[in-house]
Design a protein around this ligand. Structure first.
Ligand code: ATP
Ligand code: MG
Length: 270
């Protein structure tokens, strides 16, 4: 099934993203639960205003600075991430010199292969997490996600985990790793446990991370270290929640969200 998204549709962008996920599902890349997880993210994006807010931008800067100063940075890729931003993930990995590792909850050799093919088509040269020879476990995790690559997440000091599950974020943090999460829900366990939480849609966030990586690449380590030091995740999450609060408070006064609705009702009154 491939529905054309009509031009000019008010939710065109969001529908196009859904189409990408459905195609990813049909290719065996995205899990059923991945489709549901996306819906939860969309709901938060609606409330946030479907834009990258300032606290997200600050988290992006800190996250990129942290990746650039890391010893062994790793980007963990699941089905939704591979379906939505494969090229951008490969680009970011190159810019910050990070390894890419496939790590999925609903594990099967077919799914791992489908994700690998997609990442290779996007230009990835080395993909970890697919060769059994290098497989080891993180005992703190009970799901299939406990299998990690000895060359990747196992020895990483910084792990970027887009659209992550809370259990694993908690486990990685408890193992002493710095975890960067991309999650539209500032209240999720992932968002709360992460070292740096970027509350933004992955489709907006990863291209912005690439831009910032290009900007910060040449800076010296001290300066990058200062950017990381200055960032306070708890304070930043407060700012995200305040943004939501203020936006909803504004809307609660008007009761109307869409300008076109407002126009029609005004005309009817006149
Ligand atoms: P947690 O396990 O961290 O408590 P959860 O169980 O509520 O979270 P999961 O299904 O484990 O949620 O993970 C999906 C998360 O990914 C959700 O928090 C959702 O907001 C987020 N998400 C989904 N799609 C996107 C997207 N496109 N961009 C950013 N975040 C997204
Ligand atoms: Mg979860």
């Amino acid at each position: 099934m491939n529905m054309e998204v009509p031009e000019g549709h008010p939710r065109a962008e969001s529908l196009r993203i859904r189409e990408k996920l459905i195609r990813g599902f049909e290719m065996g890349v995205v899990a059923k639960a991945g489709l549901i997880a996306h819906g939860r993210g969309e709901a938060f994006d609606y409330i946030i205003g479907e834009e990258t807010i300032e606290p997200a931008m600050n988290a992006i800067r800190a996250a990129v600075a942290l990746m650039l100063t890391a010893e062994h940075p790793v980007i963990s890729v699941n089905g939704n991430t591979a379906a939505l931003v494969p090229k951008e993930i490969v680009e970011l990995a190159k810019l910050v010199n990070a390894k890419i590792e496939v790590n999925i909850f609903y594990h099967s050799p077919e799914r791992v292969n489908a994700i690998r093919r997609l990442l290779e088509d996007a230009g990835a040269e080395e993909i970890l997490g697919i060769d059994d020879q290098y497989k080891t476990t993180i005992p703190e995790i009970s799901s299939m996600r406990r299998y990690v690559d000895v060359r990747g997440i196992y020895k990483a000091d910084v792990v970027l985990v887009p659209l992550e599950d809370g259990d694993r974020t908690e486990a990685l943090v408890k193992l002493g790793k710095k975890v960067i999460a991309i999650d539209l829900n500032p209240l999720s366990r992932t968002a709360q446990w992460a070292t740096i939480t970027i509350v933004d849609n992955i489709v907006r966030c990863v291209p912005l991370m690439c831009d910032i990586a290009r900007e910060l690449r040449g800076r010296d380590r001290q300066e990058l270290g200062r950017i990381v030091e200055k960032f306070d995740n708890r304070e930043n999450l407060k700012l995200v929640i305040r943004h939501i609060l203020e936006r909803l408070s504004e809307l609660s006064k008007k009761g109307i969200y869409l300008p076109e609705v407002s126009e029609v009702f005004k005309e009817m009154r006149e």
